[in-house]
Design a protein around this ligand. Structure first.
Ligand SMILES: CC(=O)SCCNC(=O)CCNC(=O)[C@H](O)C(C)(C)COP(=O)(O)OP(=O)(O)OC[C@H]1O[C@@H](n2cnc3c(N)ncnc32)[C@H](O)[C@@H]1OP(=O)(O)O
Ligand SMILES: O=CC(=O)O
Ligand SMILES: [Mg+2]
Length: 356
């Protein structure tokens, strides 16, 4: 580990100064597309107007014989597209793959000025982030970049989960972490065969009510990802970086997708991946606080004055701790509303109604 005194020193002569604070523009959905897929690529200019983050995926879901086409496709798309305020991210191939070195060299050299974040899959520990950190510094210096690239790790190996706290704090480049439930399930030897979501066999059952062990017993499906998401959220919050839920593979099941995203939102995540256009609006809805929650939060903040003491609102006690929660919701709402007049109007209308 670097000494605390050196933590914010550039890792190569001529590389840009690392940031002290991670920027937090909206990132409710990280929309994945395969840059080698002509149909998807053709949708990028329109998608850029709808999503918070566009991610050119080079790793899993891109066939081995399309890896170079995906890399070159991303370079071409980035050069040709004005992304406006929408962030451009990429997911490079894993660090043990034959493609990642060329991914990093090509992307930083050709479009380093357009890219915001590099997502690194299958991160096992701080050593993986340190490797990428130094290499990026060398490449940034060579490309003459003035803004440091940020790094996002996917939490998708058992070792990664064991080491999640050190990963979150491994570099000032660390922007965030996403849960990767599909690879994580395989790494843990879980017996699921899905990309995220629940499993009907993972349940608890109420006690028997009589001799018949099958009679009158309700079962409740449990959340396979609760432990890992909660651990990831703590690791991220403790290190000032952002947690995300990853993919939900049952594209048709928009209902369960919304549930999975909302569980992550309530636990502290700021966004999730969208794999298909149908998931974009789900993420936007879930990761933007609901107007009634914003109205309530604003009401509590107003009633709490300087934020100390205790007051009663609608029979519920509010104090320093609840007003802090309300500020989280209200500040997120204000940040999102600043760029979204429709959302701003919905928040203001709900606030007006609540105070009428
Ligand atoms: C475990 C992990 O690593 S998850 C992350 C890796 N996986 C991915 O990135 C998957 C990305 N998504 C996809 O590949 C596709 O959405 C699939 C394969 C799931 C479904 O694709 P399709 O069968 O083409 O879906 P569908 O027919 O509903 O698509 C409708 C249209 O949306 C387009 N589309 C589908 N997904 C996307 C996308 N992610 N971005 C942009 N356009 C898309 C299709 O090309 C199609 O275009 P068309 O109307 O011009 O023909
Ligand atoms: O990359 C994502 C995953 O779930 O695996
Ligand atoms: Mg994966």
């Amino acid at each position: 580990m670097r000494s605390p005194k050196d933590f914010f020193a550039p890792l190569a002569v001529g590389a840009p100064e690392p940031l002290r604070q991670i920027p937090v523009p909206p990132s409710r959905m990280i929309h994945f597309f395969d840059p080698s897929n002509e149909k998807m690529a053709a949708k990028v200019p329109d998608l850029a107007k709808k999503v918070d983050v566009l991610l050119g995926n080079l790793e899993d879901a891109v066939r081995a014989d399309r890896k170079e086409a995906a890399r070159n496709g991303l370079v071409a798309i980035a050069k040709a597209t004005d992304f406006g305020k929408t962030q451009l991210w990429t997911r490079v191939n894993s660090l043990d793959s034959p493609w990642v070195l060329d991914d990093l060299i090509t992307l930083v050299t050709e479009i380093g000025d357009k890219l915001d974040v590099i997502m690194v899959p299958k991160v096992e520990g701080a050593q993986d982030i340190h490797y990428v950190d130094r290499l990026l510094a060398q490449l940034e210096a060579r490309a003459g970049l003035t803004k440091p690239l940020l790094v996002h790790a996917i939490l998708e190996t058992a070792s990664g989960v064991v080491n999640v706290e050190e990963i979150a704090g491994a570099s000032p480049r660390m922007q965030g972490i996403s849960l990767g439930p599909a690879d994580l399930a395989a790494s843990r030897r879980m017996k699921t065969t899905r990309v995220g979501g629940g499993h009907p066999g993972y349940l608890v059952r109420t006690d028997p009510t009589g001799e018949d062990l099958n009679a009158g017993r309700t079962t409740y499906q449990q959340d396979l990802w609760h432990y890992t998401v909660a651990r990831m959220v703590d690791a991220c919050a403790a290190n000032g970086i952002l947690p995300y839920y990853g993919p939900f593979g049952d594209i048709r099941d928009v209902v369960a997708c919304e549930d999975q995203f909302r569980n992550a939102f309530l636990l502290g995540c700021v966004g999730a991946w969208s794999l298909h256009p149908v998931q974009i609006d789900i993420a936007k809805k879930v990761f933007s606080p609901a107007p009634e929650d914003v109205a309530w939060a604003r009401r509590v903040i107003a009633a709490m004055g300087d934020g100390t003491g205790a007051v009663m609102i609608d029979g519920k006690m509010q104090d320093d701790a609840s007003v802090k929660q309300c500020r989280v919701v209200a500040e997120l709402a204000d940040a999102l509303a600043a760029d979204d007049p429709e959302l701003a109007a919905a928040y203001d209308a709900a606030t007006k109604e609540a105070s009428a």
